[in-house]
Write a protein that binds this ligand. Structure first.
Ligand code: PLP
Length: 383
């Protein structure tokens, strides 16, 4: 039976039935008052999610479109920027920045370790010409969460620089208060914490980011955020957006509002703890440095077996899709996505599937049920 695929990868994530129903309607005209009402409502909800009074603009495109938009709308050719790089998505920032001729200083950390905020502070202190600090908040490739809050404080203390962050797997999973932390640009995408299929991305722009926009000279057309800002002020879109995904966005954001931000963050925290603790209890190591595990994805190092074998077996026997390691990590780790529309049952199921699979493949070091016993204590704890 191959009709019950459960996605436990860090995007696309499972889509609630309410959202699927909302999407599966005839499109409506994107210049109609009915659609304008959806743009107005979703924009208010997006601001709520970002905890900001600034603009949050919706682009039809994947998360990378929002990342690229963030760079090309605030910077100029030759601008000196600092990019944090401790995984695949940090590398993507570096590639985009170099594509547009920016002068990139990279601050690196080993994959699996967080970026050291003090390194950013030091460079910023000694170089008044830095125009932006660009980092990935939750580094999906390794399952590490970077200290965006602390890095932002050093950017705030600098006169010229703006803070640009990829929050694709942190927004909607943990607290990302844009205004409080002073983040200037936040990029995210629909197929992650938003519980919608891929196709929409979001870019939030602070006042300081719009100031930077005035002097920015990089070429842009489809991703010119001035056009999106002008349109959104009239509850519209500059081009034909993915109208049906907007239906889904409205429904998904309504569900998030019903659950409440704190409950959403607590749920992700609980699931992260359940996965981390249960995997350790069955003798597996976590790839992310202790204390820096992402709220939405956990990387696991299996023992005495290729991680791809575990992944294949879990997919084959249980129809649960786990993510593999990227680049040099392929075969060395597998990753469990626990982001978005995930409940306690999904967590128990994936742990049971992994325990059963390790036993079947002859590499279990603990009796079946050990992981479940550990996880159930966390899931049952009153919060
Ligand atoms: C998924 C993801 C993206 C966006 O990738 P797209 O395929 O363009 O949607 C960007 N950054 C991170 C950290 C991600 O997890």
């Amino acid at each position: 039976m191959k009709e019950k695929l459960t996605l436990m990868i860090p995007g696309p994530t499972p889509v609630p039935e309410r959202v699927l129903h909302a999407i599966s309607k005839h499109p409506i005209g994107h210049r109609s008052p009915e659609f304008q009402e959806i743009v107005e409502k979703t924009t208010i909800l997006l601001k709520w999610l970002h905890q900001t009074t600034s603009d949050v603009l919706t682009i039809t495109g994947s998360g990378t479109a929002a990342m690229e938009a963030g760079i090309i709308n605030t910077l100029s050719k030759g601008d000196r920027v600092i990019c944090g790089e401790n995984g695949k998505f940090g590398q993507r920032w570096v590639k985009i920045a170099k594509t547009y001729g920016l002068d990139v200083i990279t601050v690196k950390a080993n994959w699996g370790e967080p970026l050291n905020p003090k390194k950013f502070q030091q460079i910023l202190k000694n170089d008044p010409t830095i125009r932006a600090v660009i980092i990935t908040h939750s580094e999906t490739s390794t399952g590490v969460i970077n200290n965006l809050e602390e890095i932002s404080t050093y950017v705030k203390a600098h006169n010229n620089a703006i803070m640009i962050a990829d929050c694709v797997t942190s927004i909607g999973a943990c607290n990302v208060p844009m205004d409080k932390w002073g983040i200037d640009v936040i990029a995210s995408g629909s197929q992650k914490g938003f519980m919608i299929p891929p196709g929409l991305s979001f870019v939030a722009m602070s006042e300081k980011a719009w100031e930077a926009n005035k002097r920015s000279d990089l070429p842009r057309f489809y991703l010119d955020l001035n056009a999106y800002k002008k349109a959104v002020d009239k509850h519209s879109n500059p081009f034909t957006p993915s109208i049906n995904l907007y239906f889904g966005l409205q429904e998904a954001m309504t569900m998030m509002k019903e659950e409440g931000l704190d409950s959403i963050f607590r749920r992700h925290e609980k699931h992260k703890n359940a996965i981390q603790t249960s995997m350790k209890s069955i003798g597996l190591d976590l790839f992310a440095q202790q204390g820096f595990g992402s709220p939405s994805i956990t990387s696991i190092i299996p023992k005495n077996i290729d991680a791809e074998e575990i992944r294949k077996s879990v997919k084959n026997d249980f129809d649960i899709l786990l993510a593999g390691g990227q680049d040099h990590l392929k075969g060395n780790i597998f990753r469990i996505g626990h982001l978005g529309f995930i409940n306690d049952r999904d967590i128990l199921t994936v742990i049971a599937a992994i325990e059963t699979t390790l036993d079947k493949l002859g590499v279990a070091s603990k009796p079946i049920g050990t992981g479940i016993e550990t996880a159930s204590k966390i899931l049952n704890a009153i919060n």
